[in-house]
Design a protein around this ligand. Structure first.
Ligand SMILES: Cc1cc2nc3c(=O)[nH]c(=O)nc-3n(C[C@H](O)[C@H](O)[C@H](O)COP(=O)(O)O)c2cc1C
Length: 279
């Protein structure tokens, strides 16, 4: 086992897993670590759904914008908000618990589920495993509930694909310096030059050659978000650069594609169905 700071310094997302299974005693230890995480009020209103069945993993891969590694990883774990356990115990205990749970409890539940997932992630790294988070589960939460019999009072939040990496040394992604991400005593904006320098250091080496498809997607997003004039200025900047910048690609082309995702109204309807008060 590695010490925590060594784990933190070497942690990197893995998207290329060996098919080797994770020994059950190792998996159980990671799940125990996840269950030991701090939780709001100490209620542990979270759960983990462990998925090893190849057909179910394939369905998860499909739901996650066809990311094939999700099916190849030996295990996918879906971390959820889970008030069902507490509600059932409260009912037996004749302890009052609101039938439609406060929205703030949903937010706390999300926090708890993420803390639990990250505890699992770091424990996995310490045990020589690697993982990849997957945010698509929240965008496809209703479909996931159908696939995994997820009942009322339970909401999927985040998934980890986990396994042994095919690559020995994973490339560490560049990060902003911690100083840029820290404010002392009060929030204070860094100046533009500091931001530009940090952005260039983190993302400047990424290359996104211009293609018709990317230009079209970027333009479509720019018009939707900021209007025609702004979109023309954006296109002009891309032309001058001779390529798309990192943010132009990721924000303008990749993450702007919401096809198949729930919109805000659908989320509220879904949360209400799962037993959370949204009004
Ligand atoms: C909430 C969340 C959702 C993510 N979803 C995906 C995903 O769907 N596919 C993927 O390949 N990586 C996903 N990632 C991994 C990020 O891309 C990765 O953490 C980021 O690029 C930084 O790289 P690093 O983890 O190696 O430091 C996700 C990470 C988080 C925290």
């Amino acid at each position: 086992m590695k010490d925590l700071f060594t784990v933190l310094e070497h942690r990197a997302t893995c998207r290329n897993f060996k098919t080797d299974p994770i020994p059950m005693e190792v998996l159980e230890r990671l799940l125990a670590a996840a269950a030991s995480a701090p939780s709001s009020g100490g209620f542990q209103n979270t759960c983990a759904i462990v998925v090893t069945d190849p057909e179910k993993k394939a369905a998860l891969a499909h739901l996650s914008r066809d990311q094939a590694f999700v099916a190849k990883a030996p295990v996918d774990v879906i971390f959820c908000v889970d008030h069902r356990r507490t509600a059932r115990i409260a009912a037996m205990d004749k302890a009052p618990k609101e039938p439609q749970i406060d929205f703030s409890q949903l937010l706390w539940g999300f926090t708890d589920a993420v803390i639990s997932a990250q505890t699992f992630c770091l424990a996995a790294e310490a045990a020589g495993l690697r993982s990849c988070y997957n945010g698509n589960v929240i965008q496809q939460a209703d479909e996931l509930c159908r696939l995994f019999d997820i009942p009322k009072y339970v909401v999927p939040v985040i998934m980890l694909s986990v396994g042994y990496s095919k690559e020995e040394n994973l490339r560490l992604s560049k990060k902003y310096p911690w100083q840029l991400m820290t404010h002392w005593e009060r929030y204070s904006d860094a100046d533009d030059e500091t931001l530009q320098t940090a952005y260039a250091a983190k993302c400047g080496s990424e290359r996104f050659p211009i293609t018709e498809k990317k230009l079209e997607k970027l333009r479509d997003t720019a018009v939707r978000y900021h209007g025609e004039e702004w979109a023309q200025a954006c296109a002009e900047q891309v032309r001058q650069q001779g390529e798309l910048s990192s943010f132009q690609y990721w924000l303008g082309c990749f993450y702007s594609d919401k096809a198949g995702d729930m919109d805000a109204a659908a989320y509220l309807k879904f949360f209400e169905k799962q037993g959370f008060a949204v009004k």
